[in-house]
Design a protein around this ligand. Structure first.
Ligand code: NAP
Length: 279
């Protein structure tokens, strides 16, 4: 990772924080502090470990503490939605907030930037999903955000998950969305030209959570995992002739949207990406 030079914070430095548990391994401080330094903003981004049952309290204290905004990660995304005064359409539909902006009057505005970050990352790779059938594997927070954003951008959705209720709930975010089991993935891959791994399976070098034998050159495989940058799924997909795209682009684009929401300044995407240039 690149080393970022910036002056030490002073009493007038604006502060943005990440809350979650755990937060110690987050790349967000690196990305945002690089962006603040590159844009000459006297802002600093810190990570705060907040216990599971203190999420609403932490978000509600934002204005009193004089913070400019917040990123929110597990397990506080739902609590953050509850604590905000206003939500974007995405955050309201998902009942999940990963970005909070403190308005000048102290009102808290909550957004969910993962879905838009995903679409922008694919755009940057020249991939448009309108009119395509996309298979999303997983039904957690990232899967739901991606499903909603893909549906908005005109894709047809199939959601595969190991719990039928999870698959149904995520698929219901997309008009006409179809829920299937993990065993149905090979069949779904006949219809889908884009497949998204939205499970954490692969973060520790594990094989993909679904059968990949029917992947071929007609497929684009997107793994939301960004560490490692090259998962076994991506290696197997490329070996089968498919195009593979990792999760780093989404990480950077969702961060860029948060950065602009807090500062009103265009995000320095190249600097942000370079700051987390993973091996
Ligand atoms: P999450 O809310 O915990 O959801 C994880 C999902 O994966 C759940 O639906 C879970 O199923 C499913 N799952 C776990 N193990 C599975 C298995 N063996 N087989 C099938 N499904 C399995 O996590 P998340 O926040 O959505 O994150 C998911 C992944 O996306 C993580 O790797 C995260 O790092 C990545 N992510 C990347 C970005 C980015 O910017 N690139 C942003 C957000 C997330 P159950 O519901 O049955 O437990």
């Amino acid at each position: 990772m690149a080393q970022i030079e910036r002056p030490a914070p002073t009493a007038s430095t604006r502060v943005v924080a990440l809350i979650g548990d755990p937060v110690a391994h987050s790349l967000s401080p690196t990305i945002h502090n690089a962006a603040f330094a590159a844009t000459g903003l006297d802002w600093v981004y810190v990570a705060l470990s907040v216990p599971r049952d203190r999420g609403v309290e932490a978000v509600s204290a934002l204005h009193a503490l004089g913070l400019a905004g917040l990123n929110v990660t597990a397990p506080h995304k739902e609590a953050a939605a509850d604590a905000c005064d206003e939500l974007t359409q995405d955050a309201a539909a998902l009942r999940s907030v990963n970005t909070v902006v403190v308005r000048p009057d102290g009102r808290l505005f909550g957004d969910s930037t993962d879905g838009e970050g995903f679409i922008r990352a694919l755009d940057a790779e020249g991939v448009k999903c309108a009119g395509r059938t996309v298979l999303v594997v997983g039904a957690g927070g990232a899967a739901r955000a991606v499903t909603l954003a893909l549906a908005r951008s005109g894709a047809r959705l199939i959601v595969a998950a190991r719990r039928p209720e999870g698959a149904n709930s995520a698929a219901n975010l997309a008009p006409g969305g179809v829920a299937v089991t993990m065993e149905d993935v090979p069949l779904a891959l006949r219809e889908a030209s884009v497949v998204v791994n939205a499970t954490p399976i692969g973060m520790s070098g594990e094989p993909p959570p679904f059968a990949t034998k029917s992947l071929g050159s007609e497929h684009i495989v997107v793994d939301l995992i960004y560490r490692p940058a090259e998962t076994r799924l991506l290696v197997m997909a490329r070996a089968a002739g498919a195009r593979g795209i990792g999760g780093l682009g989404m990480l950077v684009h969702q961060a860029a949207r948060s950065f602009t929401a807090w500062t009103g300044v265009e995000a320095p995407l190249d600097v942000m990406r370079e700051s987390v240039h993973l091996p």
